[in-house]
Every structure is written in structure tokens, then in C-alpha cells.
Write a protein that binds this ligand. Structure first.
Ligand code: UD1
Ligand code: UDP
Length: 364
């Protein structure tokens, strides 16, 4: 490993929407501290409003490599990424690879780096749903067990790692998405016009997102959720993830997109924050959206049986209702705010960068 951290070469691997958002604060911090960062976009997400929009709006440096892998089965998608990432790692010979979250891009990055013995850092380490039916759970477990540096967002995440025997290289640094939210929330206040465009009254609409495979790839669950969302007492703004759009068409459930549902294309991050902040409540199966609702103090109803973000439930801001139509309706009609939690601005990206610097500089 190089002794002078200023000349260290770091490869950041991203591929899906939430990873572009997580990349922003850390990439800025790494570059500010003189690291040479190379961004690899696997191409897992490729629609303009799932990828390009985020790079433009959030001013993320153009990826040095776009692998253009696209969609496919888990094996096909991950396998193609593994081959392509390995080529880049052999060519670039980085001092560190950084992977984010729990997608197939995370898994491929973890496998490629660790097989080549390149030090690996995992952002958002230690999250567990304890449900191996979720592809994300498998990706997280493998990524954590292969990583040398594990940046955990919460105490719970640190405990989860400890339970699996991982203590070395674990740093509790706070949540990088909190940095992103705080930064872009201010910008969004000036720039986003989505509330006016959709003619919404603040706190008089719900916001909904669905994309988890367990909900989209199951006819009954998807039907129940859409039936509940279309029967709520206020408009439900629903930016439709491409996976969900495809499944709604395949299952011929598009006739349920009526009543209270207001479907829109996936929106950019600034519009999303504005929609979240002004919502009466949020219904979602997204990991990132549950956390953002918590930090913005907007009640959340999670369309899953479990969550990795247990703090959101502990403080009363989040209710887990699964895909049960009656439970969804009941939760929405009985919204209560949670406890007053004082969120600490941990400045996660700064801390991560400091640790990376110490380690690459050889002082740890
Ligand atoms: C992926 C991640 C999930 C993450 C989510 C964030 C895995 C296993 N899943 O789920 O953890 O929460 O991203 O949004 O890595 N599609 C398009 N255009 C796109 C992208 C996807 O049409 O730009 C469609 C394709 O039909 C594709 C399907 O969506 O097959 C699913 O995409 P994929 O990236 O495999 O998984 P996500 O559901 O997006
Ligand atoms: N998001 C967005 N536009 C949308 C839906 C989500 O910008 O139309 C943002 C959201 O605010 C959060 C992130 O994308 O920051 C969450 O991504 P997603 O729900 O796709 O994945 P997950 O967090 O579940 O992995």
C-alpha cells in the first residue's frame, strides 16, 4: 500500500440510483483531500431518469468507466459486472475500492476486488433484514465479509457485524445519506418546482414508492398494495420505478392506477426531497426513503414485514405493514408522528475520508 495517501488511487463502484446519491458527499470529500478517484458506473440503472439525471443534477463527475451492463437475471448481471470490473482493476491497480450499499453492483465490486487482494471499503456496512429471500441481504453479507474497512451508519449495524464475528476495520461513522439529504435539501428548496407542477397542497398528499422484488414480482402483493394506494383519502403521488412499471403491465394491473393514485415517472433527487418534505405521510418499500422520512420527520408506512433501519420504527416514525391492504389503509388513516429525536449531524463523509486517509497513509 502506498505510504503517501495524497497519491492514493481509489475506485468507487456504483450502478443504481441510491448509489449515485451516496457517492456525492464522499466523492467530494475524497477529491478535496487529494485522492485520485476513479468512478466506475456498472450501468445497472441506465434510463435517463434513473441515472443521467442524477449525475447532471447532483453534479457528479462523469464516470471514468461506464460498463453498460444493464438488466438481467442475478447471475447474468453480477457475472458480467464481475468480468468487466476485474479488467478495470487489473488495468488501474488501485489502492482501495469503495462499494456502496447492497445491490448487485456492490456484490460484483466486492468479489472482483477481494479476489485480486485489493483493499475494499464498504459504505453502509452491517445492515441486516435477517431475510435471505431478499437479494440485497445476500449482497450485504458477502460484501461485509469481504471488506477490510466497514463504514457502519448505526450502532445496530456495528452490533450486527459483531454478531457475525466482524470487528476489525469497523468504523461507526454515521449515515452518508444524511449528508446528502442535508446538502441537497437546501438546494431543492430553491430549485424544485414539483409541488407547483403537480398542483399539490403541502401536507395534503401521500408519497409512495415501490420497487422491492418481494412486492413487484408477486401478483397478489402488488395488487393489494395498488388497491390500498388507490383507495386512500388524499392524493398519492407515485413515482413509478421501471421495475414496477414493467410488472404492472405484465400482470395487467394498470386498471388499478386510478382513484387517489397520481402516477409520475421516477423523479430527480431534488424533486424527491421536496415531495418527501411536504408529504402528509410516505408509503414505501425503499431503504433510502424510509430513512429520509425519519430525518425529515414525516411519518412512514413501510410495505415490508421487516426493516434494516430499526431506529425509524423504534422512535415511532415508521410502521411495518407488509402488503396487507387493510393494514396499509388502517396505518394511513391513523397517522401519528413519532418521538422528537435530535439527529446528530455526524458528517459521515468527512469521517470516512479521514479514516481512509489514515489507513492509506499507513498511520493505522
Ligand atoms: C436495484 C437493487 C436494489 C435497489 C434498487 C434501487 C439489486 C439486486 N437490486 O433494484 O437493491 O434498492 O436497485 O432502485 O441490485 N430497469 C429499467 N431501467 C433501468 C433500471 C432497471 O427498465 O434503468 C428495469 C429492468 O426491467 C430491470 C428491472 O428494472 O430488469 C430491475 O432492475 P435491477 O437493477 O435489476 O433491480 P432494481 O429493482 O432496480
Ligand atoms: N429517489 C429519487 N427519485 C425517485 C425515487 C427515489 O430521487 O423517484 C431517491 C430517494 O430519495 C432516495 C433514493 O432514491 O434517496 C432511494 O433509492 P431507491 O428507493 O431506488 O433504493 P433503495 O434505497 O431502496 O435501495
Amino acid at each position: 500500500m502506498k505510504k503517501n495517501n495524497k497519491s492514493a488511487k481509489i475506485i468507487s463502484i456504483v450502478g443504481a440510483r441510491p448509489q449515485f446519491i451516496k457517492l456525492v458527499p464522499l466523492s467530494k470529500e475524497l477529491r478535496k483531500n487529494g485522492f485520485k478517484e476513479i468512478i466506475v458506473h456498472t450501468g445497472q440503472h441506465y434510463d435517463d431518469n434513473m441515472s443521467e439525471l442524477f449525475f447532471k443534477e447532483l453534479e457528479i463527475p462523469e464516470p471514468d468507466y461506464n460498463l453498460g451492463i444493464g438488466s438481467g437475471s442475478h447471475g447474468e448481471q453480477t457475472g458480467k459486472m464481475l468480468i468487466a470490473i476485474e479488467d478495470i482493476l487489473l488495468k488501474e491497480n488501485p489502492d482501495l475500492v469503495i462499494i456502496y450499499g447492497d445491490t448487485n453492483s456492490t456484490l460484483a465490486g466486492a468479489l472482483a476486488s477481494s479476489k485480486l487482494h485489493i483493499p475494499l471499503a464498504h459504505i453502509e456496512a452491517g445492515l441486516r433484514s435477517f431475510n435471505k429471500n431478499m437479494p440485497e441481504e445476500i449482497n450485504r453479507i458477502v460484501a461485509d465479509h469481504l471488506s477490510d474497512l466497514l463504514f457502519a451508519p448505526t450502532e445496530t449495524a456495528v452490533e450486527n457485524l459483531k454478531r457475525e464475528g466482524i470487528e476489525k476495520g469497523v468504523y461507526l461513522v454515521g449515515d452518508i445519506m444524511f449528508d446528502a439529504l442535508m446538502h441537497f435539501s437546501k438546494i431543492g428548496e430553491k430549485k424544485s418546482k414539483i409541488i407547483e407542477i403537480l398542483n399539490l397542497k403541502p401536507k395534503e398528499y401521500y408519497l409512495a414508492t415501490i420497487h422491492r422484488a418481494e412486492n413487484t414480482d408477486n401478483y397478489e402483493r402488488l395488487k393489494n398494495i395498488l388497491e390500498a394506494l388507490s383507495n386512500l383519502d388524499k392524493p398519492v403521488v407515485f413515482p413509478v420505478h421501471p421495475r414496477t412499471r414493467n410488472k404492472i403491465l405484465e400482470y395487467k394491473l394498470d386498471s388499478l392506477l386510478k382513484g387517489s393514485l397520481v402516477t409520475v415517472e421516477p423523479v430527480g433527487y431534488l424533486d424527491m426531497i421536496s415531495l418527501e418534505k411536504n408529504a402528509y405521510a410516505i408509503l414505501t418499500d425503499s431503504g433510502g426513503v424510509q430513512k429520509e422520512a425519519f430525518w425529515l420527520k414525516v411519518p412512514c408506512i413501510t410495505l415490508r414485514a421487516e426493516t434494516e433501519w430499526v431506529e425509524t420504527v423504534r422512535y415511532g416514525w415508521n410502521r411495518l405493514v407488509g402488503a396487507d391492504k387493510e393494514k396499509i389503509l388502517d396505518a394511513a388513516l391513523n397517522i401519528k408522528p413519532g418521538e422528537n429525536v435530535d439527529f446528530m449531524n455526524e458528517y459521515a463523509a468527512g469521517k470516512i475520508c479521514e479514516r481512509v486517509g489514515e489507513i492509506l497513509g499507513g498511520s493505522k
